[in-house]
Design a protein around this ligand. Structure first.
Ligand code: C2O
Length: 464
């Protein structure tokens, strides 16, 4: 629980006045945490290093964040929970309210909400604990905001399953500080928002040093609750014991080491003592039954039906690559079969600060649109540096991205343009947008020649 036995409500930042004790308490709490000895696990820099840090040698529990894995959501929920307790204790030390809770940044609402929240950009000075000079200057000045392609959670919330590369929560893995392929919520909006805020937020090694990190993650955490609450869609957390019984360690507000299992953090109101202002009143639905671990290891039948011979280099301009689909793809596309596009071997020195839209079979001249059936999702590069220089016993690897292309593949099949034909895949760069921009704004050249991204093979798979 949160320490006072009450259920606290996390609030949307723009619903709070600049003078609200939640906002002023956050700024003062951040300042207090920064003043602590960096060896103190409740200090600002130590907490950020638990997420990730380039500093060596690593102290206890550094470099723990879980990316491109089915532990992405539970790990970050736990991390936020203990951080909120530490921050609240700092607020109380400073005579602030004992029911202080972490606010969230709901950029998903679009319009003014897609701009960096005001307390984080004013006053624009090093004196302000919430201001970080290294962010993208257009966001920090409030002149431009995130395009809807970056902020929309719609694609992620529509995914039917939690587990899987192109599914809501991410692929089944072990402990994974920097993996290859994230789930759909991790890709958009999570990675794309990191990418566009830039500066410290642009890399997992520094992201949690920016105070906006915690509000961004509170929103991601809220979207997990929202996905689960969509009961009609039968959304469930993984029943697998390998997920539910996995535990992670943190430090609490007393600097004591503590740990939680994934199954401990599913009912946030009952077990962690918080809820979101958008959530209906508790109690949450009963937990799904625990499935035996063996049945959870359902074998998949993956079959590659097409691949490009080479890759492509992205430098901030739109480009299209065609994937030849084998004639044999006419067979085996049964009713329960899904088709996936994989972007393999994504490599670059560092994140370019630009995300791309990915389209399949974009007709010549058709303007990209988030509601288009040809739109597959975004491609972002958050974590690309860490993948090349991993910590601990992980080996260097490239990133990957996966998209479910079943609807478009079926449509092409119906038109006789699937098996034995070419599937054009288009990458279109995104840019920040001025106030009043519409839902299709933000597509346009955004050169990053000094930070090119190389994509390896594009491949298409059937999976039953
Ligand atoms: Cu572990 Cu948003 O990053």
């Amino acid at each position: 629980m949160n320490g006072n036995g009450a259920v606290l409500v996390r609030r949307e930042i723009s619903s709070l006045a600049l003078t609200d004790p939640i906002v002023t308490g956050y700024a003062r709490g951040v300042k207090r945490m920064r003043e602590r000895d960096p060896e103190d696990p409740t200090s600002w820099s130590y907490q950020a290093a638990i997420h990730g840090t380039p500093a060596t040698p690593a102290s206890k529990l550094w470099n723990q964040c879980q990316h491109a894995t089915w532990y992405f959501l539970p790990w970050h929920r736990m991390f936020l929970y203990y951080f909120e307790r530490i921050l609240r204790a700092a607020v109380v030390e400073d005579d602030g309210p004992a029911d202080w809770s972490l606010p969230y940044w709901n950029y998903c609402l679009g319009g003014p909400h897609a701009f960096l929240p005001e307390p984080f950009r004013t006053p624009a000075s090093g004196e302000d604990p919430l201001y970080v000079a290294e962010r993208d200057p257009r966001l920090n000045s409030g002149k431009e905001g995130l395009p809807e392609y970056v902020t929309t959670p719609t694609r992620a919330l529509q995914r039917p399953q939690f587990v899987g590369k192109a599914e809501f929560g991410g692929p089944r893995t072990g402990f994974q500080h920097s993996g290859e392929t994230g789930g759909t919520l991790e890709m958009t909006p999570h990675n794309a928002v990191h990418e566009f805020v830039g500066g410290l937020m642009g890399s997992p090694e520094t992201a949690a040093l920016d105070p906006i990190f915690w509000l961004h993650h509170a929103n991601i955490d809220r979207l997990w609750s929202e996905w689960i609450a969509t009961l009609g869609a039968n959304h469930q957390d993984p029943p697998d014991e390998a997920w539910r019984n996995f535990s992670f360690s943190f430090f609490d507000e007393h600097g004591q080491e503590v740990s939680l299992h994934c199954s401990d953090v599913l009912a946030t109101a009952a077990n962690l003592g918080y809820t979101y202002d958008t959530e209906p009143a508790p109690p949450p639905p009963p937990a799904p039954p625990i499935a035996p671990a063996v049945s959870a290891m359902k074998p998949t039948q993956r079959e590659m039906i097409g691949a490009t011979p080479d890759g492509v280099t992205l430098t901030g301009e739109q480009s299209t690559v065609s994937v030849p689909i084998a004639p044999q793809a006419a067979d085996g596309f049964g009713e329960n079969v899904h088709a996936y596009l994989n972007v393999e071997e994504i490599e670059g020195e560092r994140s370019p600060g630009v995300s791309y839209l990915v389209y399949a079979d974009l007709e010549g001249g058709e303007p990209p649109h988030p509601e288009s059936p040809h739109y597959l999702g975004t491609l972002s590069f958050f974590g690309i540096e860490r993948a090349r220089n991993p910590v601990g016993d992980e080996s260097p690897h490239a990133l990957q991205a996966s998209y479910d292309i079943t609807p478009i593949a079926r449509e092409l099949q119906a038109q006789g343009k699937w098996a034995g034909h070419e599937l054009p895949v288009t990458f279109a760069p995104l840019t920040l947008v001025p106030p009043g921009a519409g839902p299709t704004s933000g597509v346009g050249s955004n050169p990053h020649e000094d930070r090119p991204i190389r994509l390896g093979r594009l491949s298409v798979f059937y999976d039953a």
